[in-house]
Design a protein around this ligand. Structure first.
Ligand code: GRG
Length: 291
């Protein structure tokens, strides 16, 4: 199966699972439920959930055990997008081709929708109702890893430095921000799959290296797509003077760097042999999007 077909099939499966986990329309409070469903089920590649699934399955874990964790990570990802789009952050009116959550529901509801998705993600990863096949110590380890990845050392810390980035920055500072702001959620998606699949410490280290390199490549490619106008946000990009990978390295330099990171990611999982073909193809797919 071609990687595009694999990703599409998994995207549909993840969408069905997310649909099932989210509270149905009609539940209270209606506005919050509507905003949760609008924000989560409005497209998205589901890359992070797919990485968790592909990694766990590579190591022999069943998909039904992985789904609550994979979907929890997607809920957290959606939460970061909602908050990232707010006027006080990146101020984007469009997301995934549709009005961003604050444009569709107002800023107050958007903030609360992000909050509740974060909360719900931790419920998914810890409530026996959802994770009856996962031993509690494993679930606790995953909860710790995810919480750390999105906290001070990870997503939020990276976002804080990104907000503060200004017009002059160095490449190493930018990469440090990208590793935390974008890379840490991608890396932990892979790590969670590894933990669920019972990876040895050495295997987990290789998976983390893969996830980190892929995460950095992913944000560089995102900058490239932004620069060439292929991001598909669904509306005009607002003017901004913030530096990014392309403004510092140029388009060719950014493409080169992204491909280097993809090579690094694939090298890290060589130890798994052909079992890692899907992870390797996902890395190629991410890199090729920037070409
Ligand atoms: C995580 C606790 C916590 C707080 C959030 C707002 C914020 C702090 C962080 C922002 C992080 C962020 C949005 C980084 C950008 C990452 C990025 C390139 C997202 C686009 O990901 P895709 O292309 O999106 O996978 P789809 O729509 O396909 O899901």
């Amino acid at each position: 199966m071609k990687i595009e077909e694999y990703l599409e099939k998994r995207r549909e499966e993840v969408n069905r699972a997310l649909d099932g986990y989210l509270p149905p329309l009609g539940e209270k409070p209606p506005l919050l439920v509507e905003a949760m469903r609008y924000s989560v089920l409005n497209g998205g590649k589901r890359l992070r959930a797919i990485l968790t699934l592909a990694t766990g399955e590579m190591l022999g874990e069943k998909s039904e055990v992985i789904y609550p964790f994979a979907c929890a990570i997607e809920l957290i990802h959606t939460f970061t997008l909602i908050h990232d789009d707010l006027p006080s952050m990146d101020d984007d009116d469009y997301r995934r081709g549709k009005p961003s959550t604050h444009k569709a529901f107002g800023e107050n509801i958007a903030v609360l929708t992000g909050d509740v998705l974060l909360d719900y993600a931790f419920q998914l990863m810890s409530d026996p109702k959802f994770i009856s096949n996962t031993p509690p110590p494993i679930a606790l380890k995953i909860v710790q890893e995810v919480a750390r990845a999105i906290g001070v050392e990870g997503t939020v810390g990276g976002q804080v430095d990104d907000v503060d980035i200004g017009e002059e920055t160095t490449l190493s500072h930018l990469e440090d921000i990208y590793r935390r702001k974008t890379g840490s959620l991608i890396a932990v998606s892979v790590k969670v799959g590894g933990i669920l699949g019972g990876a040895s410490p050495e295997e987990l280290e290789c998976l983390i290296q893969y996830g980190e390199a892929l995460g950095l490549a992913f944000q560089i490619v995102d900058d490239i797509l932004d620069a060439v106008g292929k991001k598909g946000r669904g509306g005009p990009k607002k003017e901004e003077s913030k530096q990014d990978y392309v403004s510092i390295m140029g388009l060719a330099g950014a493409r080169r760097a992204a491909l280097e990171k993809i090579v690094e990611a694939k090298k890290a999982i060589l130890t798994f042999g052909s079992k890692a073909n899907i992870l390797s193809s996902i890395a190629n797919f991410v890199g090729e999007k920037g070409l």
